[in-house]
Design a protein around this ligand. Structure first.
Ligand code: AMP
Ligand code: MG
Length: 323
């Protein structure tokens, strides 16, 4: 069985095709990059997707002919962008008479992480440009144990990078400069199991105006926000009694974050995994793989039910494929 998955929640219009053994047959992504110094403009990102969708679809259908199921990112995400993926998916489903399944973007990140690392039942740290959640499968749902109260952690890296004149995406640039930095004091903001990043970014901006070295700001910022994330993850591990941690989302590519999680897990005799860099950012393969899981577990959708759900919560999803 083969599934074609469409991703279009934010900056990427992507298609992936995977079979039910987990073999990736196609993976193409076209990524909207905002102008220097700006964030994603939803309408411009959607315009970009409209212009690039046809080519990506053509390439996908040229490469793999016998698709069995079509899936798409139904939410959460930017409405203008979600609309494009949903429309393309509906069109393909009707034209080729194939079943259509809407997938939760956050859960697709989790399932591709599990497939690629072979871990079974982890506490998941989903940290990206658009989301920050600590999640675990408990009581038939992927429950959120902690999350950001304001901006996502990847977004915090990007805002900081913009403020101090680094290129986008900010995370890798901050990580590089941080290697040469020294510690300066920053706020540390964990509230129960939730996290807050805006105050830390504001303090970094202030330090930059006071001519504190960029390297020191990057180092201290990275140490602080990753320590916050690791603290909450450790409490989720202790609470759920799970034995694995899985990092997914674009920020999972950070070696410093991977190292901190490893050290924490060693202390608890747990194992730490990180999705391979190639599948850390948004991609179509993860939507296709979750499409396979959902379809094989009996999910079916009527075209009328395929409207996008912009705020679709991770813990509102029926996880029919896990027993
Ligand atoms: P995504 O939203 O999943 O596509 O991931 C993109 C986000 O990951 C952006 O906000 C990047 O700045 C962030 N990111 C990528 N690499 C790193 C890194 N090494 N350290 C921190 N953040 C990163
Ligand atoms: Mg994402």
């Amino acid at each position: 069985m083969k599934c074609l998955g469409i991703e279009s929640t934010a900056h990427s219009f992507a298609i992936g095709i995977i079979d039910d053994k987990g073999k990736v047959l196609f993976d193409e992504r076209s990524i909207y990059k905002p102008p220097l110094g700006k964030g994603i403009h939803p309408r411009e990102a959607a315009q970009f997707h409209t212009e690039h969708a046809t080519n990506v679809v053509k390439n996908a259908l040229k490469k793999v002919k016998d698709i069995d199921v079509i899936s798409f990112s139904q939410g959460p995400g930017l409405p203008n962008c979600l609309q494009i993926g949903a429309s393309v998916a509906r069109y393909l489903s009707i034209k080729y008479k194939k079943p259509l399944i809407g997938i939760n973007h956050c859960i697709a990140h989790i399932e591709i992480g599990k497939l690629m690392t072979n871990c079974k039942d982890p506490v998941v740290v989903y940290c990206s440009g658009g989301n920050t959640q600590i999640i675990a499968y408990v009581g038939k749902k992927y429950r959120i144990f902690g999350e950001t109260e304001d901006i996502p952690i990847g977004n915090a890296f990007d805002v900081l990078a913009r403020e101090i004149g680094l290129e986008m995406p900010g995370g890798p640039k901050v990580e590089k400069l941080a290697k040469k930095g020294k510690w300066v004091d920053l706020p540390y903001v964990v509230k129960g199991m939730d996290l807050s990043f805006t105050g830390i970014v504001t303090q970094c901006k202030k330090l930059h105006k006071e001519n504190v070295k960029k390297e020191d700001i990057c180092y201290s910022f990275q140490e602080t926000v990753f320590a916050m994330l690791t603290e909450v993850t450790e409490r989720a591990l202790a609470h759920t009694n799970k034995e694995e941690v899985l990092l997914v989302g674009g920020v999972a590519a950070s070696h410093r974050l991977q190292d901190m999680m490893k050290v924490m897990c060693r202390g608890r005799e747990a194992k730490s995994y990180s999705v391979p860099d190639k599948y850390a950012g948004d991609n179509g393969v993860m939507i296709a793989w979750n499409g396979i899981l959902a379809f094989k577990s009996g999910q079916k959708m009527k075209i009328e039910d395929t409207n996008f759900i912009k705020d679709w919560r991770t813990d509102d999803v029926d996880v029919t494929w896990l027993k």
